[in-house]
Design a protein around this ligand. Structure first.
Ligand code: XMP
Length: 305
């Protein structure tokens, strides 16, 4: 990016103009995109911004506590919508439907909160690759193609719509956001739901949440991947103690990328791979097998759904 300061000035002006004196609700997930959006909007419209964190039940381990800590001094609305999301996802197997159901829940909650607070617009941290992949028919990013058709908002404000992830990080630096936010790995809007193949249940999400936490603990600081995570990809046979069990197969993925459009798997040392397998399979009783994904994007996507 040529000039992040100029981008900041222009976006602040644009948000101010688009908000047109009205209140604006936004989803603050704590990722770099939404945090940059919040910082820009705070400068543009101050207290007319209503940042909302929705605890979908599909977030990473410790996420809700972390958000409260980091953004405690913003007037952050924390909404516990776990039951609502799990109920909506019951019986949903198709990945596209899953994204749509989640996208729709998000929007409905924002509409509810907008009605309650008198907000007229919605601010979103959609970035360029989200739009490209949704428009290209690869999949509906939940905050683009997954949006329900009837939306009560006057305007959807998307100040980052033309930026790539690394440019958003530059803007985060220029805005002096904490390094923890600036360098945070991307995490998909639909959360852990796209890291469970097939139907999402509370039990599966708990397993994949633990596995994700172990993968992050083992890989983030040592290898600085662009993204790393675990996914539940199916059931298989294993032996635990003296018993043959039918347990989950956990896939571990760690990739380098510039913008998420293409990606290369990290070549991890054998000891790290063994440690991952041993920790995930021994710390999570329901897991029978751990595999490491060595497929680049393309042909595979980064996430499993
Ligand atoms: P894929 O799996 O398409 O992912 O190779 C590319 C990047 O986008 C993230 N991702 C999403 N982000 N909503 C989001 O906000 C989504 O529906 C979604 N799907 C994937 C993914 O984590 C990776 O960083």
């Amino acid at each position: 990016m040529k000039d992040p300061m100029r981008f900041i000035e222009e976006s602040v002006r644009e948000i101010e103009r688009e908000a047109a004196g009205g209140k604006v609700v936004m989803a603050l997930s704590g990722g770099v995109d939404s945090s940059v959006c919040a910082a820009l909007a705070m400068r543009a419209i101050g207290k007319r911004l209503i940042p909302i964190y929705i605890d979908t039940g599909l977030m990473r381990k410790g996420e809700t506590e972390r958000i409260r800590e980091i953004f405690g001094d913003l007037d952050l609305l924390v909404i516990d919508a776990q039951e609502e999301f799990f109920t909506a996802l019951k019986g949903v197997v198709d990945p596209e439907r899953k994204r749509k159901v989640i996208g729709e829940r998000f929007i409905r909650i924002f509409e509810r909160e907008a009605r309650r607070t008198g907000a007229r617009h919605l601010l979103q941290g959609t970035i360029y690759p989200d739009r490209i992949e949704s428009e290209g028919g690869i999949k509906s990013h939940h905050n683009v193609g997954g949006m329900p058709l009837s939306i009560e908002f006057e305007r959807i404000i998307e100040p980052l719509r033309d930026l790539y992830k690394d440019e958003v990080r530059e803007v985060a630096g220029a805005l002096k956001l904490p390094p923890e936010i600036q360098h945070r790995m991307p995490f998909p809007g639909p959360g852990l739901a796209v890291r469970v193949l097939g139907e999402v249940t509370k039990e599966k999400i708990e397993i994949v949440r633990e596995a994700n936490a172990i993968v992050e603990e083992e890989l983030v600081e040592r290898f600085h991947p662009w993204q790393c995570f675990a996914a539940l990809i199916g059931l298989g046979t294993g032996v635990k103690g003296d018993n043959r069990i039918h347990g989950w197969i956990v896939a571990v993925r760690a990739v380098h990328s510039r913008d998420g459009m293409t990606a290369d798997p990290l070549v991890l040392p054998a000891e790290t791979l063994k440690r991952l397998a041993s920790r995930i399979a021994s710390e999570i009783p329901e897991v029978a097998r751990v595999v490491y994904d060595i497929t680049p994007k393309p042909p595979a996507t980064i996430e499993y759904e």
